[in-house]
Ligand binder design. Structure first.
Ligand code: FES
Ligand code: FES
Length: 153
């Protein structure tokens, strides 16, 4: 598969989930394992441009796929507009949910589901924040969508 634009070949046990693969040998620990059962969204990454819960995805099924993690979002070191918006709007406290929130926000905006606060709440509802930074997260997604011009496609 390709991870963050780089082709990788890794021998894995066939029960390995994508989150465990990413956090293992490639050491991409930005993707967080929260609940490990598809409930919190902390492990969200993009696969072929679509949001997936990496704890619920068998890595073996992704042979040939294109995986984007938080580490690949700003490869040149300049923050992605969504990352910048999260900083500017103070959209986190502990930050544990943040990589998943950011990746989900990128997907949400690309899908054209960020046209209003209600729409953002609905389409980001799979991402839980224990610190309850939800108002700021919605503001950040909205601001990034406005900057990217893709929110209400
Ligand atoms: S760790 Fe995957 S949804 Fe919670
Ligand atoms: S910022 Fe702490 S869980 Fe979201």
């Amino acid at each position: 598969m390709t991870i963050n634009g780089q082709g990788v070949e890794i021998a894995i046990d066939n029960r390995t989930t994508l989150v465990d693969l990413l956090r293992g040998q490639p050491n991409l620990t930005g993707t967080k394992k929260g609940c490990d059962r598809g409930e919190c969204g902390a492990c969200t990454v993009l696969v072929n441009g679509r949001r997936v819960l990496s704890c619920m995805t068998l890595a073996l099924a992704l042979e040939g796929s294109d995986v984007l993690t938080i580490e690949g979002l700003a490869p040149e070191g300049e923050l992605h507009p969504v990352q910048r918006a999260f900083l500017e709007k103070d959209a986190f406290q502990c930050g544990f949910c943040t990589p998943g929130q950011v990746m989900s926000a990128v997907g949400c905006i690309q899908e054209g589901h960020a046209g209003s606060a209600d729409e953002i709440k609905e389409w980001m509802s799979g991402n839980i924040c224990r610190c309850a930074a939800y108002p700021q997260i919605v503001e950040a997604v909205s601001a990034a969508a406005a900057e990217l011009g893709e929110g209400s496609r």
